[in-house]
Design a protein around this ligand. Structure first.
Ligand code: NAD
Length: 508
């Protein structure tokens, strides 16, 4: 499929792109932002952007849509999401191709991302009949005490470049069944993916008579557009995915107006390998988690904490495995590592490797690959043997750099795993059930995700996804994450003829 065929099949060739408020598309009054393919630097399109007044128009329209959508029964809201999941199934390949083109993911991972959208839609459809509240025993005679979950209002979604379709879907599928429209500010590095998702959803909205037009809005642009969303009183919830710096800013702005924010921020994920681990399994998991998506997942494995007795054997095998991985155009069969998103990312990788050397690290790999490559930022993934407390190890560099450090005692390994400011994902490879349980216990990993004998990345949608500390504390996707998208009302109903007060208070 050529680039223009992909855009045509996703409805992107027929619309001005920049701002979409339901079925109304415009280029927007903000500056045009060219979008490049990281594969070869080719300009894919020049996409317009929103001014703050257009962000306001989108949030007003979403608020209007909310007033109608909240009255539609939840299972009927689920029907919209069910239909959307069918459209996604029909467009899995072409939407995956756009993800590859716009952010450089290999085809398998790009289609996997669309599959994640389908999975979360299916989950949300089931959820639309299970937005349960509790009935609580009242202490008073002839009283009923219960809680209900009601739609909250339009949800603002700010997303990062590296999951240009799935992160929105995690939010949108749940928000829609919960009764909330969505106003999306995608990454300015991946606006085409956003407009493609919007067009696909809009095709379903247009043919569903219960759905108001502005259930979905997209406002393209940079951080100023994100800041307008964060400041909007029309959005009771802002779900923001990206760097810790972004989350600090958005979190403070939303808190300043006493809104709710759901923050999904950077990680610095570690994997502990103990002497009893199955090393074949560990090697596969480490490789996928460290170099998959070219090290650009929030859950990418960044720190390997290995028992000193097996470190040399494991690192040797890892280097051999790294040497055989095919790097190149992610559209090609057999390629497992595509380009970094842009030149800035490559510069940051070079800078961090320089810092690592200066802090005593020994670097293997990490070179820029030019020969035989298209003109994107292609790199060999790096393995760096270094002290666990070197400052560079404690920050997230969004590139395939794996820091390797050793431990002697299990408690020390857990302490090293927990000593960084971020708290997203973690894993242990062990054959010792006590170590596995201790790693998952209250005194074990302090992350939102703690895995045993699986890598740090590639979470299923059924669990709640997110992390602690600088990762922001938000939870999205499965389990009871839906509660963030609703408001809880506690109702006490007196069906008697007296007015007993709680706590036995007499007031006569
Ligand atoms: P980024 O922080 O540069 O940008 C993310 C989004 O925030 C973009 O849409 C950007 O325009 C917007 N933005 C930036 N500054 C803003 C501000 N001050 N106010 C409002 N909006 C602002 O991140 P990125 O480079 O696109 O993505 C990589 C980062 O995202 C990594 O740190 C990664 O770990 C993180 N991430 C986290 C998760 C998660 O679920 N925890 C998932 C994906 C990515």
């Amino acid at each position: 499929m050529t680039h223009s065929q992909i855009l045509r099949r996703l409805g992107l060739a027929d619309q001005p792109l920049g701002v979409a408020i339901g079925s109304r598309y415009s280029v927007g009054d903000g500056p045009a932002i060219p979008t490049y393919s990281p594969i070869d630097g080719a300009v894919l399109a020049s996409v317009g952007s929103a001014r703050s007044t257009e962000v306001d128009s989108a949030t007003y329209a979403a608020r209007d849509a909310f007033h109608r959508w909240r009255m539609v029964p939840a299972p009927a809201r689920g029907e919209l999401v069910r239909r959307f999941s069918l459209v996604l199934r029909d467009h899995k390949e072409v939407l995956g191709a756009l993800v590859t083109l716009e952010v450089g993911k290999i085809r398998a991972e790009a289609e996997g991302e669309v599959q994640e959208m389908i999975d979360v839609c299916d989950f949300a459809v089931g959820l639309s009949r299970q937005l349960y509240g509790k009935t609580i025993q009242s202490e008073r005679p002839d009283h009923r005490l219960m809680e209900q979950w009601h739609p909250l209002g339009p949800v603002g979604v700010i997303s990062a470049f590296n999951f240009p379709v799935a992160v929105w879907a995690w939010n949108a599928a749940l928000a829609l069944v919960c009764g909330d429209p969505v106003v999306w500010k995608p990454s300015e590095k991946a606006p085409l993916c956003a407009f493609a998702c919007h067009c696909l959803l809009q095709s379903v909205v247009a043919s569903y008579d219960l759905a108001p037009d502005a259930l979905s809005c997209v406002v393209n642009g940079g951080r100023e557009v994100g800041q307008s969303l964060a400041a909007s009183h029309d959005l009771p919830l802002v779900s923001a995915t990206g760097s810790v710096a972004m989350g600090r800013s958005v979190g403070q702005v939303v808190a300043g107006r006493l809104g709710r924010s759901l923050l999904e921020l950077g990680g610095n994920n570690a994997l502990i390998v103990t002497p009893t681990a199955d090393l074949d399994l560990a090697l596969k998991a480490i490789t996928f988690a460290a170099v998959g998506t070219t090290g650009q997942r929030c859950t990418t494995l960044r720190r390997l904490i290995v028992h000193y007795s097996i470190k040399d054997a494991l690192v040797d095998r890892l280097k051999r495995s790294y040497d055989t991985i095919k790097i190149g155009d992610p559209q090609e069969e057999g390629v497992l590592i595509g380009p970094l998103i842009d030149e800035d990312a490559a510069v940051m990788m070079v800078h961090s490797l320089k810092e690592a050397r200066a802090q005593g690290g020994t670097v293997y790999g990490g070179e820029r690959l030019v020969e035989g490559m298209p003109s994107g930022a292609y790199v060999h993934p790096a393995i760096v043997e270094i002290r666990h407390d070197a400052p560079v190890v404690h920050k997230e560099t969004f590139a395939p750099i794996l820091y390797v450090m050793t431990y002697d005692d299990f408690e020390e390994a857990v302490a090293v795993q927990n000593e960084v400011p971020q708290g997203l994902s973690s894993a242990i490879f062990t054959g010792d059930v006590c170590e596995a349980e201790r790693f998952c216990s209250a005194s074990g990993s302090d992350c939102g995700i703690a895995n045993v004998n699986i890598g740090t990345s590639g979470a299923e949608i059924g669990g709640a996804f997110g992390g602690e500390k600088d990762t922001g504390g938000g939870r999205e996707s499965g389990s009871d994450s839906w509660k963030s998208y609703m408001r809880r009302a506690t109702n006490t109903i007196n069906y008697g003829h007296a007015l007993p007060l709680a706590q036995g208070i007499q007031f006569e």
